[in-house]
Design a protein around this ligand. Structure first.
Ligand code: COA
Ligand code: AMP
Length: 625
């Protein structure tokens, strides 16, 4: 048996032993004596009697172990021209001060803090400062509109919001204060204070509930790490589900720290002192886990990059960062590589830089198309490792475990289940399918440490959304199959979630925006294949009888409405006015069939279709010749 087989089997057969051993990599104020608590199954808790502080594990312990001078974080910002380095001692001090500042505002253990910030070191400092005092952070991605921010404020009920005055996009400066102000105009919950980090490109008006980060920190006393229960929440991260209401994915402290520390060595082959770069955003789970927590938990150096893969300043931006900072491994989304490939298809740029430190490229967030895989592999000369996971899981469900036992790569496959994850492929009735047959991908309970224990304040929704379809399983929402060697191929979502440039969005939420327009009788939004972004949303609307608006005006209004209500990140730019939408006899819109036709697949027409001529009329709109 190889190292992978042995570890995988032990993780499922000796759950207690496996995870208690892994827990030894973390410093506990009270070490756990048990790993799994399933007394409230299907809800489970990890390390129920353990107590720790995540910020202490990410910062102080490395300083105390003599590594205070080691670089913890490199901030590289081509959009502002800044490069700043923080040693572990410096980052700990900044975090302790901001933790004290939060406390001076009355933030206490268990309180929520919304962090609405671009990719600046202060975003990381704010997250770790919350962890330090046992407050629960909820980071909101900057590309969301006020309404989305408002939904998160209403659900999380934060004591304080921490924001910056602006974010910097290639074509514009995004002022955050008007977005926060508009969001607070929509919520009944009203936090007393909004801390603003002033940035030169656009400054916010201070006064009233808006307080200055720098002033606050200048007056603050540093705060030490507060021990919390392993099962206490570290953060809530909202993610798109099938409806317009985002789901508040909860992450605990203990299971999260143990799982992430384990993953850095076993999956990514990264250890203390290695330079690690995740090119994502702190607003997404990949940013939480692999920009902030995992690299710092193990004492590595993490790169925080504020910019795009291309155009900052050119298609060589990624290779410049790798070369400047001696990056050993890069983790990003396939869409970032496709953006680079589009401008530099012959890969002239990587050759201009010294990439001798660079060992591995890890990709996740969306399906890695074989063409992008081959391009990267051919031109970078490093292994290119696809791995599959979700906001809910917090770390990889399937991967090629580079530290444990690298395996041959099969393009299109995320390789094998990661230890701890009992992955099964089921038919609609819940029976396990043999190799080669595609079905829904489900995970046998319990989910390992690091995975969500519940949704914020809503155990019932968690059970209904994920644990109820097949008894004893967590439903991933993805479909796929395993081949005869056990390799897992993830093919796509079975629900209304789409993936646009690695950003997870809900077509259901977009439909709700379209349906609210007074001229729209009914609508559908589907995700269609896009060369660069993987998928793009496309809307189809049927006008109400007697609606007096031109198709062109309606299209413009609907596109503006999605941008206003969901945000620019939705990238909603295509909407067609059609005569009718194809439906089943029971009135369900045939979105899957529409998607298949739009993507050029030979999609069978369901026998339940009400009127095949509606679909025939739509074909040329879905897929123009
Ligand atoms: N704040 C405000 N606006 C944002 C934003 C942010 N943090 N991020 C994106 N936007 C805006 C963009 O400015 C753009 O606005 P526009 O319509 O006015 O041009 C819109 O949202 C769409 O953005 P995006 O989909 O990112 O497209 P892009 O053309 O700006 O960049 C890529 C395309 C592929 C380069 C970029 O999406 C990328 O780097 N993706 C990687 C994603 C990733 O890391 N995912 C995490 C999972 S690993
Ligand atoms: P998110 O919660 O934003 O991380 O998005 C999770 C979803 O992205 C998954 O459910 C998949 O649909 C998709 N996804 C992520 N990584 C991969 C991958 N490596 N291959 C295929 N799909 C992926």
């Amino acid at each position: 048996m190889g190292a992978y087989d042995e570890t995988y089997h032990r993780s499922l057969e000796d759950v207690e032993g496996f995870w208690l051993d892994a827990a030894a990599a973390i410093d506990w104020t009270r070490p756990p004596t048990r790993a799994l608590d399933d007394s409230r199954a299907p809800l489970v808790r990890w390390f129920p009697d353990g107590e720790l502080n995540t910020s202490y594990n990410a910062l102080d312990r490395h300083v105390e172990n003599g590594h205070g001078d080691r670089t913890a974080l490199i901030y590289d910002s081509p959009v502002t021209g800044a490069v700043r380095r923080f040693s572990y001692a410096e980052l700990r001090d900044e975090v302790a001060l901001f933790a004290g500042a939060l406390r001076s505002l009355g933030v206490a253990k268990g309180d929520r803090v919304i962090v609405y910030m671009p990719m600046v070191p202060e975003a990381v400092i704010a997250m770790l400062a919350c962890a330090r005092i046992g407050a629960v952070h909820s980071v909101v991605f900057g590309g969301f509109a006020p309404k989305e921010l408002a939904a998160r404020i209403e659900d999380a009920e934060p004591a304080v919001i921490v924001a910056a005055s602006c974010g910097i996009e290639p074509t514009r400066v995004v002022e955050y204060q008007p977005i926060v102000e508009a969001a607070l105009g929509l919520t009944t919950h009203q936090p007393d204070q909004v801390v603003i980090l002033q940035r030169d490109r656009a400054r916010a008006r201070l006064g009233g509930r808006y307080v200055d980060w720098a002033d606050l920190v200048a007056r603050a006393e540093p705060a030490g790490p507060v021990p919390v229960a392993a099962t206490d929440p570290l953060y809530v991260l909202y993610t798109s589900g099938t409806t317009g209401r985002p789901k508040g994915v909860v992450r605990d402290n203990g299971g999260h720290a143990v799982a992430l520390a384990w993953s850095m060595a076993a999956i990514y082959d990264i250890g203390p002192g290695d330079v690690w770069w995740t090119a994502s955003d702190v607003g997404w789970v990949v940013g939480h886990s692999y920009i902030v927590y995992a690299p710092l938990l193990i004492g590595a150096t993490t790169v925080l990059y504020e910019g795009k893969p291309v155009g900052t300043p050119d298609a060589g931006a990624f290779w410049r960062v790798i070369s400047d900072h001696g990056v050993k491994a890069l983790f990003t989304a396939p869409t970032a590589l496709r953006a680079i490939k589009r401008l530099d298809s012959r890969a002239a740029e990587p050759k201009k830089y010294d990439l001798s430190s660079f060992r591995t490229l890890f990709l996740a967030g969306e399906r890695l198309d074989p063409e992008t895989y081959h391009w990267a592999h051919r031109h970078l000369g490093t292994p290119v490792i696809d791995h599959w996971w979700q906001t809910e899981t917090g770390w990889a469900i399937a991967a090629n475990l580079h530290g444990l036992e690298p395996m041959p790569v099969k393009p299109g496959s995320a390789t094998v289940p990661v230890p701890g994850w009992d992955v099964r492929v089921l038919d609609p009735g819940g029976t396990e399918l043999p190799a080669g047959q595609e079905g829904v991908i489900a995970i046998r309970l319990p989910l390992p440490p690091g995975a969500l224990p519940t949704l914020w304040g809503d155990d019932q929704r968690f059970i209904e959304a994920y644990l109820s379809q097949y008894e004893g399983y967590y439903l991933t929402g993805d479909s796929g199959y395993r081949d005869a060697d056990g390799y897992l191929f993830v093919m796509g979502r079975t629900d209304d979630v789409i993936n646009v440039a690695g950003h997870r969005l809900s077509t259901g939420a977009m439909e709700a925006v379209l349906a609210a327009h007074p001229a729209v009788a009914e609508c559908a939004v589907i995700g269609v294949h896009d060369e660069l972004k993987g998928q793009l949303p496309r809307g189809f609307v049927v006008l109400k009888a007697g609606a007096e608006i031109s198709g062109e005006d309606l299209r413009e209004e609907l596109i503006a409405a999605v941008r206003r209500d969901i945000g620019p990140v939705a990238a909603f730019r295509a909407v067609s006015v059609v005569e009718a939408l194809p439906k089943t006899r029971s009135g369900k819109i045939l979105r899957k069939t529409m998607r298949g036709i739009a993507d050029g697949r030979d999609e069978p027409v369901p026998s339940t279709i009400e009127d095949p001529s509606v679909l025939d009329a739509l074909r040329p709109v879905l897929r123009p010749e």
